[in-house]
Design a protein around this ligand. Structure first.
Ligand code: ADP
Ligand code: MG
Length: 460
């Protein structure tokens, strides 16, 4: 059960803080024990550095979400290191530098053909196939392009650039392409690589003076599937290395597929020449699924696990979860698990009970714009100013109020809120939420005003 909860926390943390944070910090941490009596969560970190960093940077995140998963408010989070585990720790520290595959293994030419899809961590996920993907108007273009590429790699659309919001199926399609090509051509060397892993590998290559081998490894692949390319922003040296790899593959007609949460033009801190190459082939978007598509996805996911979801419950879950398919799946799993654990049948009432958070009333998930509209009735700042780098005391405080309200009423992640408000970090948003909560507690009039605005927003 602890392992399951920690996995679920990692999924949430990935949403809230991004996969880089999860890979770098949380993957090194384990959930040791849950003391329900005293409401204490015990975590273990490999060393003091990780321990302190996680505690200070992500303490609130841990508290909020582990609290929710254990069904208590603000549990105490205790992170320790364990001295006897020194050996393990050394191994693990090493693994953190070379996370995916050990460079020495993968960079040897004799191992080149072992870079196949089955060897690539994460690509063993057979559920991410074309046949398990539900096609609707929101993803039809991306799906068709992915299939075309899988049928004729390196010829039709090269590179293929898939973009869309979080949890809309980009990684799924990347895997599906890889699996299909591998099935048609078992000898093809297919490499699926989230860009953060590429960055880490590249940094290790520099440290161990292996840049040449690093390049060779990539140039040996037939199909390169690069997930979340937006995270290459502002990493000049990595971009440079990637640029050369891209050219080499492109010139030899090897298929390259990218996924991103935004179009190339909007990836900040991207060298112009790389930006233009990303958009050379086909740029296909995936947007939020319609209600019908969401229902079809729920049905399919349930089918896969041999469960049955009544139609009304499927449409309740589909309308409850706004746009993220990952959350849709999570909601379905929670409802089904609760029903089976408590021996109840799957009804709308049960789904409501399981899904709704305290104080939340159904269908009052509002969007960012409504928050901004209501705020502008009370404060003299435009969206542009809120997004700006301006740090005037008043402006900064209204920006914090905006963050607080957005987090509270939209159901969006810290990262989405920060992104919307001028590309700020998840930790800035979390800090803002904390500040505003404290201020509302200390200043009664402010607390009242905040509640009033919140009501206006949810009624808008
Ligand atoms: P992204 O990479 O865009 O953030 P993922 O590919 O990880 O999203 O998708 C999140 C989850 O939602 C995965 O489990 C995936 O299988 C599922 N999913 C997304 N879109 C679809 C779809 N159209 N049909 C079936 N499952 C989907
Ligand atoms: Mg993804």
């Amino acid at each position: 059960m602890l392992a399951g909860i920690w996995e679920e926390f990692l999924t949430i943390a990935r949403e809230e803080a991004g996969s880089r944070v999860v890979e770098t910090w949380f993957k090194a941490v384990t959930l040791q024990r849950w003391d329900a009596l005293n409401k204490v969560v015990y975590l273990q970190a490999p060393n003091h550095f990780v321990c302190d960093w996680v505690q200070s940077s992500y303490g609130l995140l841990l508290q909020e979400h582990l609290g929710r998963l254990f069904n208590v408010v603000k549990p105490k989070i205790v992170i320790t290191t364990e001295a006897q585990k020194q050996k393990e720790r050394l191994d693990r520290d090493h693994a953190a530098v070379l996370p995916a595959e050990s460079l020495s293994a993968t960079l040897e030419p004799t191992h080149a053909n072992k870079l196949s899809i089955n060897r690539t961590p994460g690509l063993g996920n057979k559920n991410y196939s074309f046949s398990s993907f539900v096609v609707g108007p929101s993803n039809a273009l991306a799906y068709a392009a992915a299939q075309a590429v899988a049928q004729n790699p390196g010829t039709v659309y090269n590179p293929l650039f898939l973009f869309g919001g979080s949890g809309l199926g980009k990684t799924h399609l990347l895997h599906a392409i890889g699996q299909e090509i591998q099935a048609n051509n078992p000898k093809a060397i297919i490499l699926y690589q989230p860009i953060d892993r590429f960055v880490t590998e590249f940094i290790s290559a520099i440290r161990f003076d292996r840049v040449h081998k690093f390049r060779e490894k990539y140039k040996a692949v037939d199909v390169l599937l690069v997930d979340d390319i937006q995270f290459i922003s502002n990493k000049e040296q990595t971009q440079e290395a990637f640029f050369h790899i891209f050219n080499a593959l492109y010139e030899t007609k090897k298929q390259i597929v990218f996924s991103s949460d935004t179009v190339p033009a909007n990836i900040e801190g991207l060298a112009e020449r790389l930006r233009s190459r990303l958009a050379w082939g086909l740029v296909a978007d995936i947007y939020a699924p319609s209600l019908e598509t969401k229902i079809a996805i729920i049905k399919k996911k349930a089918d896969y696990t041999g469960q049955e979801v009544p139609d009304d419950v499927a449409s309740f879950i589909a309308s409850y979860v706004v746009s993220n398919v990952r959350e849709l799946e999570g909601a379905l799993i929670r409802v089904m698990a609760f029903a089976s654990l408590t021996n109840q049948s799957v009804t709308i009432e049960l789904a409501k009970k399981v899904l709704m958070r305290r104080g939340e009333s159904h269908s009052h998930l509002v969007d960012f714009d409504s928050v901004i509209r209501c705020l502008s009735k009370h404060y003299p700042y435009s969206l542009e100013e809120l997004r700006s780098k301006g740090r005037g005391k008043d402006l900064a405080s209204v920006r914090q109020i905006a963050m607080f309200l957005m987090k509270k009423v939209t159901g969006k992640s810290l990262r989405d809120v920060g992104h919307f408000l001028g590309g700020r970090d998840h930790s800035t948003v979390m800090h803002a939420v904390g500040c505003i909560e404290r201020r509302a507690l200390a200043d009664h009039a402010f607390g009242e005003l905040l509640r009033r605005i919140e009501q206006e927003v949810t009624r808008s």
